[in-house]
Design a protein around this ligand. Structure first.
Ligand code: NI
Length: 186
């Protein structure tokens, strides 16, 4: 089922999401399936719980559509991250353009660390403690920010922030054009 994607200005996007109890969480498998379906429908490569209105530490990523000769490592990079916690970040800060399904029509360069170490449960509730670098680390950090109530536009330069202020203000008023199913604050 395709879920509505919550748009910039909705307070749920600013909540620090909480760990879930996978044993008692209702229909976790179905939720993860729905999150992937919602993400694919909107041509995204990542989607986090708050973007579908949940205050739960869950996000999904799938980089396989970006696989090519230069990036064979994207091929099987389809993952759910449950109760994720980044425990280390390192390497150089690098600024690369990002977008977000909750902030349609805005793409800006975002500085992020090159490498992360993250602990999480996968969709089968198996625990992982892994290091990711490069673009995979970037996408994970973007989604991870969502479960901490942080959006990529928080991290762009003051000049660029001024440039996108009007568009963001419109989103907060519910004025946004989008081809996928969305929910605005009003
Ligand atoms: Ni996003």
């Amino acid at each position: 089922m395709i879920l509505p994607i919550y748009i910039y200005g909705h307070p749920v996007l600013r909540k620090v999401a909480q760990d879930i109890d996978p044993e008692t969480y209702p229909n976790l498998k179905e939720l993860i399936d729905n999150m992937f379906e919602t993400m694919y429908n909107a041509d995204g490569i990542g989607l986090a719980g708050p973007q579908v209105g949940l205050e739960d530490r869950i996000f999904v990523v799938d980089l396989s559509p970006l696989e090519d000769e230069e990036h064979p490592e994207f091929k099987d990079f389809k993952k759910a991250f449950i109760n994720a916690h980044i425990i280390e970040r390192g390497g150089e800060l690098d600024a690369v353009e990002e977008g977000c399904l909750s902030i349609p029509g805005i793409h800006e360069k975002v500085p992020r660390e090159e490498e992360i170490r993250i602990q999480y449960l996968d969709e089968n509730l198996q625990p992982h403690d892994e290091v990711f670098s490069g673009f995979r680390a970037r996408v994970i950090q973007h989604e991870y920010d969502h479960i901490d109530g942080i959006l990529f536009v928080d991290k762009i330069s003051p000049l660029r922030k001024r440039m996108v202020k009007g568009k963001l203000a419109n989103m907060e008023k519910g004025k946004v054009a989008c081809e996928y199913r969305i929910r605005t604050v009003r």
